[in-house]
Design a protein around this ligand. Sequence first.
Ligand code: B1M
Length: 215
Amino acid sequence: LPVEQRLAQYIIEGTKQGLVEDLNEVLSRGDEPLEIINGPLMSGMSEVGRLFNDNQLIVAEVLQSAEAMKAAVAHLEPLMEKSAQKSVKGKVLLATVKGDVHDIGKNLVDIILTNNGYDVVDLGIKVTSQQIIDAVRTHSPSVIGLSGLLVKSAQQMVLTAQDLKQADINLPIMVGGAALSRKFTDFKIAPEYEGTVLYAKDAMDGLSLANTLHD
Ligand code: B1M
């Protein structure tokens, strides 16, 4: 198999044997870490999603795929471009919402923002509104970033926005994750909140949006 297909295959099969060697092969020919993630690794993960949806994979197998993806990202992360700028552009509070354990996308957002001048406070997974409210008080972020992949997480974001509003918080919120869309953000989350609500389709889009907020 060509190396791109082998890379996707590690994710699909949830195996790490040979992964680092193949990552080094594409790196040595000049591929950028983020290209590798967004290309072959993400295409492997999409296939995992498809197979899982078709009941051809079980949760335990998908977990192995997630482990392989995390190992690949961990190998690439130190090689990613980092902005040289010393001053911090802003502070982002990041969380996967209550009820949701998916964190690969959130962690990518963390890496991209951190590498590009943001101070990121990662609250982890299954984060309740109250935890976010407490963290806003403790850390005084300039943006709140919410990630969620389940359909019910989209609904959870609406509730989170309501809870934040109740707590008199109106910082910009940035949301992302597979079950969301700009439409959902505009029509379901934004009306429940005083502050700006932005939808990011991927981690780089998240960085651009954060930059527009901190200009
Ligand atoms: Co789950 N899972 N999963 N899963 N899983 C999905 C999401 C699903 C679509 C698969 C499917 O059926 N086709 C489906 C959801 C269906 C739905 O809600 N309609 C699903 C399901 C059903 C479940 C369980 C319920 C399964 C079960 O137990 N029966 C369960 C839920 C557990 C829970 O959360 N309570 C579950 C569990 C798991 C694992 C634990 C096994 C594992 C997660 C491991 C982990 O994250 N540590 C897992 C995985 C890996 C997936 C799929 C296959 C891949 C997700 C992923 O990591 N993608 C996923 C299928 C899919 O998404 N197509 C699926 C790669 C990642 C980089 O992409 O997170 O989308 P993503 O992030 C992107 C953008 O969305 C964006 O940037 C990233 C790229 O640059 N982004 C942001 C994300 N957050 C952002 C925040 C931002 C900005 C951008 O700003 C704040």
